[in-house]
Design a protein around this ligand. Structure first.
Ligand code: DX5
Ligand code: ZN
Length: 214
């Protein structure tokens, strides 16, 4: 499986060191969680930080926006050097337009759904997507417990993608560790986001490597 370590759980006092650690690991990309204190009950970091991260990272940036009205920031996310820009279905009134704007800006487009949002909400957009992110915790904080209902959603999403001839990759975010990662691999997920499991591990690179082999 592809692994996208979430920088949210890194040591913000030693960001350069932790980015280098990811550069030298088996990670496929680097996950950046942007929170606005409105869409989620927390605030993380914004564009100046992402730009700096980009200058140090050799991995593609996988930017997950947990903010209201993310369509307003497509150009800024692109200018930060993001490869994938993921927005929440729940945060976009005109989701189809936002996905088009992301593509027009030259990025890959991802759409995320919260644990209580059904996969069916993506029915009319999956054909245009590069990535679908299923939240396996309620967004806002790292270190939460995996909600197992997401495993059924992976199966449901796989069916929908086949039906709509979509080549979108399935990414899962929240509460991923060796055990839940194994279940996700069996269910058919392509990418796992892992924050605390990686950065709180005694050997983060080994934790990434273990997930990548699932
Ligand atoms: C939650 C974030 C996640 C989070 C994952 O709002 O979207 O990316 O950082 O962290 P862990 O792996 O600790 O659940
Ligand atoms: Zn995330």
């Amino acid at each position: 499986m592809k692994v996208s370590p979430s920088l949210l759980s890194a040591d913000f006092g030693n960001l350069a060191r932790d980015i280098q650690l990811v550069n030298d690991s088996k990670a496929s990309m680097l996950h950046l969680d942007v929170m606005d204190g409105v869409f989620v009950p927390n605030i993380s970091f914004g564009f100046p930080v992402i730009k700096h991260v980009q200058s140090l990272s050799t991995k593609p940036l996988d930017v997950h926006l947990m903010i209201v009205d993310p369509g307003k920031f497509v150009t800024q996310v692109r200018d930060c050097g993001a490869t994938i820009m993921t927005v929440h279905q729940e945060a976009c009134i005109h989701l189809d337009r936002v996905v088009q704007q992301i593509h027009d800006a030259g990025m890959q487009a991802g759409v995320a759904i919260n644990p209580a949002t059904p996969v069916a909400m993506l029915r009319d957009i999956v054909a245009s997507l590069d990535l679908v992110l299923l939240m396996s915790v309620n967004p806002g904080f790292g270190g939460q417990k995996f909600i197992p209902g997401v495993l059924d959603k992976v199966a449901e999403l796989k069916q929908l993608l086949a039906e709509k001839h979509s080549r979108a990759q399935i990414e899962i975010d929240g509460g991923v560790n060796a055990e839940t990662g194994r279940l996700l691999a069996q269910a058919g997920a392509h990418i796992v986001v892992a924050g605390s499991y990686v950065f709180k591990a005694p050997d983060p690179q080994q934790a990434i490597s273990l997930l990548s082999k699932l």
